[in-house]
Design a protein around this ligand. Structure first.
Ligand code: AMP
Length: 439
């Protein structure tokens, strides 16, 4: 099947050819015709499948006939994303695929000035990409009008719920016209996602391009067992001995990301950090330096790295395993994109074995263990197993995640498997003053 047979207009076909895409990916083949028909769609598709073009191309086609108008234009498409980076990247995709059409697009997210966004909105935007928190601010300040929205996209909806954005999403839904087309994309299906979908989507078509919990097949996984205190040395050894040129490294905490990036940089490896304590400008600069090859290693935390779209990123390293097994899938979704081969390597200390088991349960597969000669874990080291996660979650019935999100406080009875639930984890980018994440 070709893009031409999907019935896309010439301007879009030109933009697709500019990108060098020869044929639509599976999610594009399924989603594009349905969206063009005006159907609501519930799509189980993770990053790396080409989902962004899967919704952007048909949306541009649907808007196409009305774009001639001069002057102010109402927002006709609203795309919600969990993070600033993903919002910026989706906006880039809209601009890329819409480059031969005079479509106006903008991204609004937290961490940058409010007033320039207001000015952009005033000039008129056809397609608005936004994170829920900042959009809610604009709704509260009456600096955005959403009463002409015809199409709503929830991108990476699972992550938006994880980040406590449900109240903001509800508020946004309240100001949208009832009659509209709805598209919901999610890498994973939880009962919360199903509930959200059933409240928003009308008679949706369901698309599933990968098993909901399976990472892209083009990624090979490997675990290197190693003692915690030797991880940095092992990481440097792997980068140097394999001559990795572009490596994305995940740490559990912001300060850990910062420290590791500094240490690698001092060792001459060229590293930068990307996490929630960095300003938006610093994050954008770090990402640009990494994409251009100026920086060889980008060290980040889960939230900051969500949605990073880097062409052909070959190596992802889990310096520390994530606390939620599903985050593993999101992390490795950064590599092996759109048919390219990728490698995901996890440095696993003895005390992380519990987390590794949970990840393997979710993947329904065992990940190959490869001991790197010279970095064998010390068999006599005291083994400290992690605190059982169940106990932490149910302890005392206090579930407030600090974002004032009542949904989170009620789900002790949630029947989902334990890896779907979230401990009282500090959400990066959280803004306790406002009681919700700031992205
Ligand atoms: P996404 O899943 O939307 O994050 O897209 C992942 C990557 O796939 C992006 O780098 C896109 O540029 C690329 N991509 C999207 N559609 C295609 C296609 N039909 N052929 C090749 N690459 C594509």
């Amino acid at each position: 099947m070709s893009f031409t047979s999907l019935g896309l207009r010439a301007e879009l076909l030109r933009a697709i050819a500019d990108q060098g895409y020869s044929e639509p990916t599976p999610v594009q083949k399924r989603a594009i015709p349905l969206i063009l028909e005006g159907r609501d769609v519930l799509a189980g598709a993770q990053t790396g499948t080409g989902k962004t073009a899967g919704f952007t191309l048909p949306i541009l086609q649907l808007l196409g006939t009305e774009y001639e108008k001069k002057g102010w234009r109402p927002i006709r498409v609203l795309i919600l994303t969990p993070t600033r980076e993903l919002a910026a990247q989706v906006k880039e995709s809209v601009s890329t695929y819409g480059r031969h059409m005079p479509i106006r697009t903008a991204a609004i997210f937290g961490g940058v000035g409010f007033h320039p966004q207001t000015a952009t909105l005033k000039r008129g935007v056809d397609i608005l990409v936004a994170t829920p928190g900042r959009l809610q601010d604009h709704i509260d300040q009456r600096t955005v009008e959403l009463d002409k929205v015809q199409i709503l996209v929830l991108d990476e909806a699972d992550r938006m719920l994880d980040m406590g954005f449900l109240p903001a999403i509800r508020k946004i839904l309240n100001v949208l016209p009832k009659q509209r087309q709805n598209l919901l994309f999610s890498a994973t299906y939880s009962s919360e996602i199903r509930e959200l979908a059933s409240g928003i989507l009308r008679n949706p078509e369901t698309i599933q391009v990968d098993r909901s919990s399976s990472p892209a097949d083009s990624v090979t996984h490997k675990v290197h067992p190693v003692d915690r205190e030797r991880k940095r040395e092992l990481l440097m050894h792997l980068i140097e001995s394999n001559n990795w040129r572009q490596v994305l490294v995940f740490t559990a905490k912001k300060h850990g990301a910062e420290r590791l990036a500094q240490q690698l940089d001092r060792a001459g490896l060229g590293a930068a950090a990307i996490h929630g304590n960095k300003s938006q400008n610093q994050r954008t600069r770090a990402l640009a330096a990494f994409k251009s090859g100026e920086v060889r290693v980008l060290v980040g935390t889960d939230v900051a790295s969500r949605g990073l779209d880097i062409e052909h990123l070959p190596h992802v390293v889990n310096y520390e395993l994530p606390n939620e097994p599903e985050a593993y899938i999101h992390r490795i979704g950064r590599t092996g994109r759109a048919g390219k081969k990728g490698e995901a390597v996890s440095l696993v200390a003895p005390e992380e074995r519990g987390l590794l088991n949970q990840i393997e349960q979710l993947l329904k597969a065992k990940i190959e263990r490869v001991i790197v000669p010279g970095f064998e874990p010390d068999p006599n080291a005291p083994r400290r197993e992690p605190e059982p996660r169940q106990a932490r979650k149910h302890g005392g019935g206090k579930r407030n995640n600090g974002h004032g999100n009542p949904q989170r406080q009620h789900d002790n009875s949630n029947p989902r498997p334990h890896w779907h639930r979230h401990a009282d984890r500090k959400t990066e980018g959280g803004n306790s003053r406002r009681g919700r994440p700031s992205a």
